[in-house]
Ligand binder design. Structure first.
Ligand SMILES: *[C@@H]1O[C@H](CO)[C@@H](O)[C@H](O)[C@H]1NC(C)=O
Ligand SMILES: *[C@@H]1O[C@H](CO)[C@@H](O)[C@H](O)[C@H]1NC(C)=O
Ligand SMILES: *[C@@H]1O[C@H](CO)[C@@H](O)[C@H](O)[C@H]1NC(C)=O
Length: 791
């Protein structure tokens, strides 16, 4: 391999394996329970004896296989990049669960409750990530939150006043050496000290603790791991400080200089400071004059930060130009990327410029070559992690003056074929979009008028009860769905099966006395995929998995072209359900913003345009449901909050404007008497954002929020609301008294005549038994309040 002048870098590679090896082996490891606690259960009350001096040899033996699987995945990933001629390959981008959790373990940020039982390091890490209930051990997981605006979730570092930073093992060094032994020089990657603290929180025993105040204690340990890496031979380390793309207070910005000065004084290794998913322009002050050898920036998201970041480089620092999108599945635009790379070379000289992925490739599927079923025309527009690696190298070669004209021509051709394809362009859809009027996205009467007219029809009691939509997806449902896919049963037989499931759910709801029913969604595999499969302009992968958290991976559908609906998508099931009961049954749809957020969007038109196209598709469906006699229609937007741009300001207000517009466009084509519901997961919603949707009834995930402050925020919410009363993620059955207590708390702040009684979320993942018991108790509690307030 010839030495290129302009180097190529990959910030991280997916660690799940090309065929989800990591998931399969970790889940097997979890389900083959350790036999170390045998003798504990049934050995009543002898806790101390059993927890003392555990013998870990059996456990360590059991872990060997999983550890080996990790090693094989790393080796494959490194070799793949080496063979593609990547100059700067990341190490320590692997994790069995989450890279932030790994760092918590490395720095001994382990709350005491995980330390009491003599668990192995690997067990401790999994216990922190997902909880552990085994033998005498009963610990819940640490909090997990979204990784910036991606669909990845990380485990929050959880600090307490007694946290004692020290190195626990040396994972980054071990993995660096592992690569070195394979003959591959890597650049280890670590989350930076300030982001690590800033993204963390105080543990429940240490309220009032500001994690950033721990920086002086963390830095010496951080320097220690950097020095160990240097001693092992690493010349440079990629230190990620992604919080630099957030709105940062002055004191946080000032911390950077202090921290990096100290690291520079205490270590020899070169640091390349990396940010991604946004612009650093408002935080330039934080990174000016930092003693680092170079910076990495995301120019896919924010090419306009170019001049700003150039202005803070000293005359030696390198610039890693992130031009290959780590968050999407599309082929790079070589012409555009090389234009930006050339601009950097002009300013800095070729030897100071590196061509890179915009972020780690963790957020993209592994390998497009695994997709055998995709239409070749569409496949030619796509690029997954493995293909993106090659793109980075090609761009670096181009910048180094090598002849890659064949690759550039093929790239230009692919992009041209996409922009002219009839798959991407549907003039009818484009006409409809340009003809959208304000009145189309406004209900024809205000809520006060609508709600009166609706009540005349539905005559609902006070504290009306309902569920969010799905009922348990039993094994039988999955078996029948598979049979249909494999052709083992006919469409007609499958439909008969679905109808019998719907009937079961309807009868159950009638029996326990729910007021507004649902059909239970037995026909749906996933709330976005189900509709995507019925919308023109969507495609699906067979193996396009992306890690969402731990061993949970998702396979987002891809929006490739203008979206349209060839036929009704959900009317049949809703109409059947309504035909067998006199109570109102809700029609159930997934909202435009959620469909967009949980898909890979197009990059050739903006997200607003795609949301509006989805809104028109859904508007037609809502209207069809209404015409078919469905009088209550729920359009779920669980993902609306997570789409919120990271920074306040224009980008955020624009998003809120079009997200609300898309929802209203989908739902405003109905009569005053038709009741529109919506549902949101994830808390921390701003009531004003929900208000802008103008739904008649909203339900919100709420059970984990027992904070009256949050209830108060909704006091001013003008329409009807159901604050979710029980957590559907847990098999635990709340008693009637518990429901009563919860509702009593809410009633201190919220008017009874606007309150609905419902669970937190759909019941898809629950068993029937706990569903029956929980809902029965919930409805019984609603009746208690009805009697109290109707007097
Ligand atoms: C933990 O430390 C913080 C900051 O020093 C302090 O305000 C808080 O009271 C401490 N909490 C406990 C429980 O000691
Ligand atoms: C690529 O460059 C062309 C021409 O300079 C420009 O019109 C287009 O917007 C650019 N596309 C992207 C994705 O940056
Ligand atoms: C809804 O109510 C408004 C105001 O009362 C009225 O002007 C409008 O015609 C009604 N629309 C429908 C579709 O019933």
């Amino acid at each position: 391999m010839t030495e290129k002048i302009v180097k190529s870098a990959v910030l991280g590679f997916p660690r799940i394996g090309g065929n989800r090896e990591l998931k399969k082996h970790t889940e097997k490891f979890w389900s083959d329970r350790s036999d170390r606690w045998v003798g504990y259960e049934g050995d009543s009350g002898n806790k101390e004896e059993n927890t003392a001096a555990p013998d870990l040899s059996g456990e360590l033996e059991r872990e060997k296989n999983l550890i080996q699987v990790g090693k094989e995945i790393r080796e494959k990933n490194w070799k793949l990049q080496k063979e593609a001629e990547v100059d700067i390959i990341a190490s320590n981008d692997f994790s069995f669960y989450d890279q932030v959790l790994d760092l918590s373990v490395l720095f001994n940020v382990i709350p005491d409750r995980y330390k009491k039982f003599g668990l192995t390091p690997l067990e401790t890490m999994f216990a922190m990530g997902r909880g552990l209930q085994e033998g005498p051990v009963d610990v819940t997981a640490l909090e997990m939150v979204k990784w910036f605006d991606s669909n990845y979730h990380y485990v929050r570092p959880t600090f307490s006043n007694s946290t004692e930073f020290k190195l626990n093992g040396q994972k980054p060094v071990d993995e660096y050496l592992e690569a070195k032994e394979l003959g591959i020089e890597t650049r280890p990657v670590l989350l930076g000290p300030i982001s690590f603290l800033y993204l963390g929180k105080a543990d429940r025993d240490s309220t009032g603790l500001n994690p950033l105040s721990l920086l002086p204690k963390l830095l010496p340990v951080y320097a220690e791991i950097l020095n160990k890496l240097a001693a092992a031979g690493a010349k440079s380390v990629q230190v990620d400080e992604p919080i630099l793309v957030l709105d940062l207070e002055d004191d946080v910005q000032n911390t950077f200089k202090v921290a990096y000065d100290q690291l520079a004084a205490e270590t020899e290794v070169e640091i390349v400071l990396a940010t991604y998913f946004g612009t650093v322009s408002p935080n330039l002050k934080a990174i000016k004059n930092l003693p680092v050898s170079g910076f990495h920036f995301d120019f896919v998201r924010n090419p306009e930060q170019f001049d700003d970041v150039i202005s803070i480089l000293n005359d030696k620092q390198s610039l890693s130009v992130g031009v290959v999108d780590g968050r999407n599945v599309w082929k790079n635009n070589f012409a555009n990327s090389s234009e930006l790379v050339n601009k950097a070379i002009e300013k800095l000289g070729a030897d100071r410029v590196v061509v890179s992925t915009s972020s780690s490739l963790l957020h993209t599927p592994v390998d497009l070559d695994n997709e055998k079923k995709l239409d070749p025309e569409i496949k030619n527009w796509l690029s997954f992690a493995k293909q993106k690696v090659t793109e980075v190298v090609t761009l670096a070669k181009h910048a180094s003056g090598e002849d890659v004209s064949v690759e550039f021509e093929a790239n230009a051709k692919a992009l041209a074929s996409r922009s002219s394809s009839s798959i991407t362009n549907n003039p009818e859809v484009q006409d409809r979009i340009s003809g959208i009027t304000e009145s189309q996205s406004t209900r024809s009467a205000p809520f006060e008028v609508r709600s009166k007219e609706q009540q005349e029809i539905f005559k609902l009691p006070l504290f009306p009860s309902t569920t969010i939509g799905s009922f348990p997806q039993t094994k039988e449902i999955r078996i029948n769905r598979n049979k249909l896919v494999k052709g083992a049963i006919s469409e007609k037989e499958y439909e008969g099966f679905i109808q019998s499931e719907i009937e079961k759910v309807i009868r159950f709801q009638e029996e326990i006395g729910l007021d507004v029913l649902v059909h239970g969604e037995p026909e749906r595999n996933d709330m976005v995929q189900y509709f995507g499969e019925k919308i023109n302009g969507y495609v699906f992968t067979v193996n396009g998995w992306v890690q969402s958290y731990g061993s949970r991976y998702v396979r987002p559908p891809i929006i490739v072209g203008d979206l349209s609906r060839p036929a009704a998508m959900s009317v049949k099931e809703s109409v059947y359900a309504q035909s067998i009961t006199t109570k109102p049954v809700k029609g159930m749809l997934t909202g435009p913003v959620t469909c967009l957020r949980w898909s890979f969007p197009r990059v050739d038109i903006d997200q607003r345009a795609q949301a509006l196209q989805l809104a028109l598709v859904l508007r037609d469906e809502v209207n069809d449901l209404e015409a078919a006699g469905i009088k209550i229609i729920q359009v779920d937007e669980p993902a609306i909050r997570e789409g919120l741009p990271l920074r306040s300001g224009k980008e955020r207000s624009d998003y809120l404007q079009w997200a609300a517009q898309a929802f209203r466009l989908a739902t405003s084509g109905v009569a005053n008497q038709t009741q529109i519901h919506s549902h949101f997961c994830y808390s921390d919603l701003d009531p004003n954002h929900i208000k802008a949707l103008d739904a008649d009834v909203v339900s919100i995930e709420f059970s984990k929020k027992d904070d009256p402050g949050y209830i108060k925020e909704f006091q001013t919410y003008p329409n009807h609301i159901g604050l979710g009363l029980f957590d559907i993620h847990s098999p635990r059955v709340p008693s009637k008294e518990e429901f009563i207590e919860k509702i009593e708390t809410i009633m201190k702040y919220y008017p009874a005549e606007k309150f609905w009684v419902n669970p937190d979320c759909g019941l898809k993942t629950r068993g029937w038994q706990e569903t029956k018991e929980s809902l029965t108790n919930m409805v019984a509690a609603a009746k208690v309040f009805r009697e109290r307030y109707e007097k």
